[in-house]
Design a protein around this ligand. Structure first.
Ligand code: NDP
Ligand code: MG
Length: 387
């Protein structure tokens, strides 16, 4: 029996994970879950899975849930609550599926306890990858298995081969809702349009990120941090069908790809079962004949600047990826509140990066520096753009 802690259980990844576990109750036990505002769903999950530890956003909700469900042993809330949940509850695997850099501390705590981290929360690797990698060296039994579909594909395609024989990582991108559109069109697109993803059903923040291709940029940095491959050897190509989830090209000319339906259950479950592959009745299988054509094309990086901004941030290194991520998080929030236009997202990231004095993370104080820079970046963007 594996004990699972799910951060962000009320979200898109979290509910998929619970569906997998629902079909495999003999092997997996949900020991902890977390929601922020969606209390109704959190309550349903508590009733069904009977966890002993939870996190919820507000103290008021925490107190209510404590009264209602006396079997809950630990209830956390507020700023450090998620990290406390990760630090104290009794689990084998933690699935980090909250959205944004708020997930960093819980991953840090899980590494210190040398747990398996099924990492969906890509912003952690982007904002704090340099620190996380240093920490992983100090706690060698901790392991990160990526859940992001591209990184799960890369991870799987790297199994069994020597790293020095990798020529490049090829990350696929659907191209997003606005594939093929030009800047004149993008100037006036709405939140509602941006929230319609052609292939994937996901949380709102990542869906907006997919429409700007900042998501692909985040994934380039995430891949660099997870697999320690130079930026010059990481390529992005558009594959509109989202069937090939990413590929590794080797020095002998062979390309190993991982394919499957565009559904997060396979990568989530693999992060639970790795190094094995196991059956789960809620997983969907690919029908290759119906899939028909698989096509590949170059990404339009001039229009969708999210990719190049990420390469720039990643190559500069230090605290620049933290600034890339933090400025984007605020920009997406402001776009969703209709306070800025779609293309302002790029302007905001670019401005934040241009005005940032990069700091080295090659110090014992790296996590504090990351947090300071993250906070400062958010503040500056808000001051300038939140009217
Ligand atoms: P969702 O927006 O669907 O879910 C986010 C979860 O985090 C919810 O449980 C939400 O709680 C909780 N949450 C939000 N804000 C806070 C906060 N301030 N404090 C504590 N908890 C909070 O996101 P997704 O599931 O789509 O994505 C989760 C992560 O996985 C992201 O990092 C994303 O990039 C990554 N990912 C997602 C994929 C997908 O297919 N969805 C694919 C690849 C990666 P509540 O709803 O109760 O308020
Ligand atoms: Mg992805």
């Amino acid at each position: 029996m594996k004990k699972i802690l799910i951060l962000g259980s009320t979200g898109s990844i979290g509910t998929n994970a619970l569906e997998l576990i629902r079909n495999n109750r003999e092997q997996y036990q949900v020991v902890g879950i977390s929601g922020n505002k969606n209390i109704e769903l959190l309550k349903k999950q508590i009733e069904e899975f009977k966890p002993t530890s939870i996190y919820v956003g507000s103290e008021q909700d925490a107190l209510k849930l404590k009264k209602e469900y006396p079997f809950l042993k630990e209830i956390y809330f507020g700023e450090n609550g998620l990290a406390e949940l990760s630090k104290n509850s009794d689990y084998d695997i933690i699935l980090t599926a909250v959205s944004g850099a708020i997930g960093i501390d819980s991953t840090v705590e899980a590494i210190k306890r040398e747990k398996r981290i099924a990492l969906a929360n890509k912003e952690t690797m982007v904002s704090a990858g340099a620190y996380i990698n240093k920490l992983l060296k100090e706690y060698p039994k901790a392991e990160i298995v990526p859940v992001d579909s591209e990184h799960s594909a890369l991870f799987q395609s790297l199994q069994g081969f020597k790293k020095e024989n990798v020529k490049k990582l090829i990350i696929t991108a659907s191209g997003g809702t606005f594939r093929g559109k030009d800047l004149a069109y993008l100037e006036n697109v709405t939140v509602e349009q941006a929230l319609k993803h052609p292939n994937w059903s996901m949380g709102k923040k990542i869906t907006i990120d997919s429409s700007t291709l900042v998501n692909k940029g985040l994934e380039v940095i995430e891949a660099h941090e997870l697999f320690n491959v130079d930026y010059d050897n990481i390529e992005v190509i558009v594959h509109p069908q989202s069937i090939v989830h990413s590929m590794v090209e080797y020095v002998d000319g062979s390309i190993i790809a991982q394919m499957g339906v565009a559904n997060m259950k396979t990568p989530i479950f693999y992060a639970f079962t790795y190094p094995e592959k196991e059956f789960n009745s809620s997983i969907n299988f690919l029908n290759l004949i119906k899939t028909n054509n698989l096509t590949f094309e170059e990404a339009d990086r001039k229009t969708f600047k999210g990719i190049d901004l990420a390469y720039r941030a990643g190559k500069i290194g230090g605290t620049m990826p933290t600034v890339f991520n933090a400025s984007n998080e605020v920009a997406v929030e402001l776009f969703m509140k209709k306070k800025i236009k779609f293309l302002d997202v790029y302007r905001i990231i670019e401005e934040a990066m241009n005005s940032h004095q990069v700091l080295s993370l090659n110090t014992d104080n790296a996590l504090n520096i990351i947090k300071e820079v993250d906070k400062e970046t958010r503040k500056k963007v808000r001051e300038q753009w939140e009217k």
